[in-house]
Design a protein around this ligand. Structure first.
Ligand SMILES: [Zn+2]
Ligand SMILES: [Zn+2]
Length: 138
């Protein structure tokens, strides 16, 4: 079945089912900004690489370094980005991405430009999510 929505990155229509990514972060004042991206398989992979670069600690411990530049930031200066991904036919999964202030600004700007602002708590149209995307957000 052809997808009704274009891919958020390429803006192209596709015959493939699109993955959905919800990206959220806190804005000063304690509120959350949340965006939804619909992605075709190649652009989904590209986003995964862009957002989750290779700065994960090898021992599996909680990373403090910024995922984008790899710099260790003061925890008070670390901004978290919460990503929930729904790939067709798979379990939803959630990732928390720590970013330094500079990279957070860059990533947020990018997501704002690509995504669709969610007015509410993250459940958009289309198939209902497998779980509440916010259930594990602290
Ligand atoms: Zn695409
Ligand atoms: Zn950084």
């Amino acid at each position: 079945m052809a997808s009704f929505f274009p891919c958020a990155v390429g803006k192209h229509k596709t015959d493939t089912k699109l993955a959905t990514m919800y990206v959220a972060w806190r804005v000063p004042g304690g509120e959350r900004a949340a965006f939804k991206l619909r992605l075709c398989p190649p652009h989904y992979l590209q986003e995964q690489i862009t957002m989750l670069q290779q700065h994960l600690p090898e021992d599996g411990s909680e990373p403090l370094a910024c995922y984008q530049c790899g710099q260790t930031a003061d925890p008070r200066d670390t901004d978290l980005m919460f990503v929930t991904t729904y790939v067709p036919g798979r379990e939803a999964y959630q990732t928390t991405i720590p970013l330094c202030v500079v990279c957070a600004v860059n990533q947020r700007g990018r997501i704002r430009a690509l995504g669709e602002l969610l007015p509410d708590r993250g459940v958009g149209g289309g198939a209902p999510p497998l779980s509440d995307p916010w259930s594990e957000v602290p």
